[in-house]
Design a protein around this ligand. Structure first.
Ligand code: ATR
Length: 273
């Protein structure tokens, strides 16, 4: 049986095994998909062990996405641009790294939620791994100007530089957030709610046509989406759909079949409404 896994820390509550099991059943592909809990200092060794045992592919989640990019012998263009890998594909010469987070987000927003992203004035909160994974895909999807605000301004600057579109991408200071106007799309890519609290955001960032998106789901997404409701945002979307879509894209990379995602999304949504 073909072996796949998700490697992260912590990883026990990952939904990826359920999602890939559902895709496998739907497409009639026999596979095993497990979790590998790897503290940062054990990531390389545990991944090598998985490969030695015949592992054909893996998803990579927090906090290993940048390290995964560093150990690959080949990177897809989108992984290279993100500097982060969420999908590993076994090749004869080592791991190939891909990043399906950005297309997963765009597909969820446009196809599941029916949003037209074109020309949307966009605010990206955060400049870490999650932000880097989605920024280029949002630009490719035709958003308007992209403003990047991050607690550590140097990281916002670095991400803006890496995106290579200075006329369109604007890093800004958090302390200036009250004077940068209203946005049609606001994406929370910070991990603030995971470890501390969301920084205070002015309600004037959102208007009646704004879509507010948190890249996480469950409890972690609640503070930002509650802010978005209070601010009057039209759409409030968590990262569950993105999770399912990035999984479908990874599944396609491994098995060359595109699974249908609505059924598993509905099941997961029901348990995490
Ligand atoms: P991830 O892969 O989830 O993006 P990361 O690379 O550690 O993880 O990035 C976390 C992001 O959340 C960063 O943008 C971080 O800001 P800094 O670059 O200044 O560290 C942001 N973040 C985390 N905690 C935060 C907090 N309490 N307030 C504001 N931003 C926070």
């Amino acid at each position: 049986v073909k072996r796949y896994a998700v490697i992260g820390h912590p990883v026990a509550h990952s939904l990826s095994p359920r999602i890939h099991a559902a895709f496998a059943k739907q497409t009639g592909i026999a596979l095993e998909y497990t979790t590998i809990d790897a503290a940062p200092e054990h990531f390389d060794a545990l991944l090598a062990e998985f490969a030695a045992e015949g592992g054909l592919g893996a998803n990579v989640t927090l906090p290993h996405k940048a390290r995964a990019a560093a150990i690959c012998t080949r990177l897809s263009e989108r992984a290279q641009r993100a500097g982060a890998v969420n999908t590993l594909i076994r090749t004869a010469t080592g791991w190939e790294g891909d990043n399906t987070d950005g297309v997963g987000l765009v597909r969820d927003l446009t196809e599941r939620h029916g949003l037209d992203l074109r020309a949307r004035r966009t605010l990206l909160l955060g400049a870490g791994g999650a932000a880097r994974g989605v920024a280029a895909a949002l630009l490719d999807a035709g958003i308007g100007d992209l403003y990047i605000v991050n607690r550590t301004p140097e990281r916002a600057d670095a991400l803006a530089d890496a995106l290579g579109q200075p006329g369109r991408v604007h890093p800004r200071y958090f302390r200036d957030i009250a004077s940068i106007g209203t946005f049609d799309l606001i994406v929370n890519a910070t991990s603030a709610a995971r470890d501390a609290a969301l920084p205070t955001l002015p309600v004037a960032l959102a208007g009646p046509r704004t879509a507010a998106v948190d890249l996480s789901y469950g409890e972690v997404a609640i503070p930002f989406l509650a802010w978005a409701r209070a601010a009057g945002a039209h759409d409030r979307i968590d990262g569950l759909g993105m999770l399912v879509e990035q999984a479908a894209e990874s599944f396609q990379r491994w098995h060359h079949v595109r699974p249908e995602t609505d059924a598993i999304f509905a099941v997961l949504r029901e348990h995490r409404a």
